[in-house]
Design a protein. Sequence first.
Length: 51
Amino acid sequence: MKKNDEKAYFYKSKAGKAQQELEISVIFIVEVYTHLLISLSVQQTPSRPQT
């Protein structure tokens, strides 16, 4: 796995707190009859600068 310095804090309801991790947004199409999933776009959520 490559090193990634873009980790940011995101709230995780299961943990009940913000944790440092990566988050991505995915847009995809699902073909219901053939059970085929086609990914159209994947982007890493940018981290916010420290204030």
